[in-house]
Write a protein of this length. Sequence first.
Length: 69
Amino acid sequence: MGIEFTIHAKDRLKKRKIKEKEVIEAINNPNKIKKEEGKYYIQKDIERGKIEIVYKKNKYIKIITLYWI
């Protein structure tokens, strides 16, 4: 399944110094998943801390935003 980053999500990658490969790894192997109102909220522990990624899923995964928690 393909992954697309919104402009907002790409901006957050840069501002929060999170790498695309860390986001892809989190989506493929999350520590926690929650679904609310058609959006997925996944959490992943990475070397530098814990991230949460918000995305929608149809024919592909569309990353909406991401942040440190």
